[in-house]
Design a protein around this ligand. Structure first.
Ligand SMILES: Cc1cc2nc3c(=O)[nH]c(=O)nc-3n(C[C@H](O)[C@H](O)[C@H](O)COP(=O)(O)OP(=O)(O)OC[C@H]3O[C@@H](n4cnc5c(N)ncnc54)[C@H](O)[C@@H]3O)c2cc1C
Length: 430
């Protein structure tokens, strides 16, 4: 073969791809990232909050120079009915400690920054090229095909995001299962920096992550989210594709509903929409993880369905970064042995098993099924909680009703047995 053979070709310049490129280039490998967008991050979307621990291992102290928006020190979770909201608020400045810090990020600047770090180490980025196919010879992936151009490498890392079409072409990633994916709509609403801090009760530099259950998805599986950026907020909704089939409301309409909700509307009042996007989200948990290794190929990040949603905690970016790093370390070991067979690259799955990725996915393996089976979470618990709160705080001069009677009225509508069963299943799933 006369063509240049790279140590690795990475398809996709998102967080998984850029991290793998950074680690490989830093170790002196010839690596090229092929990204279909005009720059890394241009086509990417997230809620989004980045849990920093995995990038901290790759670039210690990254948040000092990376374009992070705010460090999250305030967590809120609201149960909404059409007109009411009951909110749990947890504030703790210690959440900004670098060992556990999480940051609101906007993907366009953030991914671009990470790509620049990889370029600084010697990785090559080819943007605005879509990889159409993989070159497979004798069952081994030898490189990629983009239009009429072929490029060869010892290993190809697929980091092409959720529902990897290239992974599907290889028969590694199964066809889309509507119960293992969700669809999201998100907008970024411009405010000014002081307004964001004042409205969310945070000091400059610190921010709030807020999840909403119930009304935004009109009782369907999923929920709403809001993250405070420096001078904007990211607001969105997610619902499973399986539910859209029989939903009486579209995903963009769900977002409109959240925007107009009395809990949310005052927070975004006067803001200008800066960006609006829709995207697929992986939701399958452990059961959704496909085959990740074959001769000459590894799959990382969302392409490998490596992500976790526990209802109160949405994670994909730290999984993408960790899996990108582990894929790169696997390639480095394979290079040393000059063996890029599936058997040699299988250390990738062993590394994933040893990492938080598989440990977390295994720990929360029952959670996706719990969400699917516990519809009351999205239909009944919001109204129940809000009825109890309404009973507590409504003073209208009428004859007093004992607190337990008020609360039991709301609880009985859902059923004590149902609550006990759901609580038991929830505890087991978490
Ligand atoms: C609405 C929403 C909210 C989310 N919220 C959070 C959150 O708060 N916290 C969190 O941690 N995670 C969150 N996630 C998940 C997180 O965004 C993903 O896990 C993360 O983006 C995965 O990174 P990745 O690099 O694997 O894939 P991506 O970021 O999707 O990158 C894939 C890249 O591959 C490129 N590409 C695709 N196909 C080709 C091709 N054929 N040729 C060339 N290039 C190609 C794309 O253009 C893209 O740049 C959220 C996701 C969504 C959609």
């Amino acid at each position: 073969m006369d063509e240049e053979v790279f140590d690795a070709i990475i398809v996709g310049g998102g967080l998984a791809g850029c991290t793998a490129a950074y680690v490989l280039a830093k170790a002196g490998c010839e690596v090229v990232v092929i990204e279909r967008g005009p720059f890394s991050g241009s086509k990417n979307m997230t809620g989004g909050r980045l849990y920093g621990h995995s990038l901290e291992k790759v670039i210690p102290g990254f948040a000092e120079t990376a374009p992070v928006e705010r460090v999250i020190t305030k967590e809120r979770l609201s149960f909404l009915t059409e007109t009411e909201g009951t909110t749990v608020d947890y504030t703790n400045p210690a959440l900004s400690d670098p060992t556990c810090a999480s940051y609101a990020v906007l993907r366009a600047p953030f991914d671009q920054w990470l790509a620049e770090q990889a370029e600084g180490e010697g990785a090559m980025f080819v943007n605005e090229i879509r990889v159409d196919d993989l070159i497979v010879e004798d069952g081994r992936v030898r490189g990629v095909r983009a239009g009429d151009d072929d490029m060869y490498a010892h290993v190809t890392i697929l980091a092409d995001g959720a529902v990897s079409l290239l992974g599907q072409k290889l028969g590694m990633v199964p066809k889309l299962d509507p119960h293992k994916y969700a669809v999201a709509a998100k907008e970024t609403i411009q405010l000014d920096e002081k307004t964001v801090s004042d409205r969310f009760g945070v000091v400059p530099g610190e921010g709030c992550a807020w999840l909403f259950v119930g009304d935004p998805t009109h009782g369907h599986i999923g929920g709403g989210f809001l993250y405070t950026n420096k001078d904007s907020v990211s607001l969105g909704v997610v619902t499973t594709i399986g539910d859209i089939d029989y939903s009486d409301i579209s995903v963009p309409a769900m977002l409109k509903r959240l925007e107009a909700h009395p809990v949310v509307a005052p927070l975004i009042a006067g803001g200008d929409m800066r960006e609006y996007t829709g995207r697929m989200v992986i939701e399958g948990g452990l059961a959704g993880v496909p085959e990740l290794v074959r001769d000459g190929v590894l799959i990382a990040g969302d392409a490998g369905a490596l992500g976790l949603n526990t209802g109160y905690c949405v994670r994909g970016m730290d999984f993408a970064i960790e899996s990108g790093r582990l894929a790169a370390e696997t390639v480095l070991a394979a290079k040393e042995k000059d063996d890029y067979s599936a058997a040699s690259l299988a250390t990738y799955t062993a590394k994933l098993d040893d990492s938080f990725i598989m440990k977390d996915l295994k720990h929360y393996a029952k959670f996706p099924a719990f969400m699917e089976e516990t519809r009351r979470m999205f239909t009944d618990y919001g109204p129940m909680l809000n009825e109890i709160m309404g009973g507590l705080f409504t003073v209208d001069g009428s004859a007093p009703v004992p607190l337990t009677k008020k609360a039991m009225g709301a609880v009985k509508k859902v059923g004590l047995m149902n609550i006990a069963k759901d609580a038991r299943k929830g505890m087991k799933a978490l």
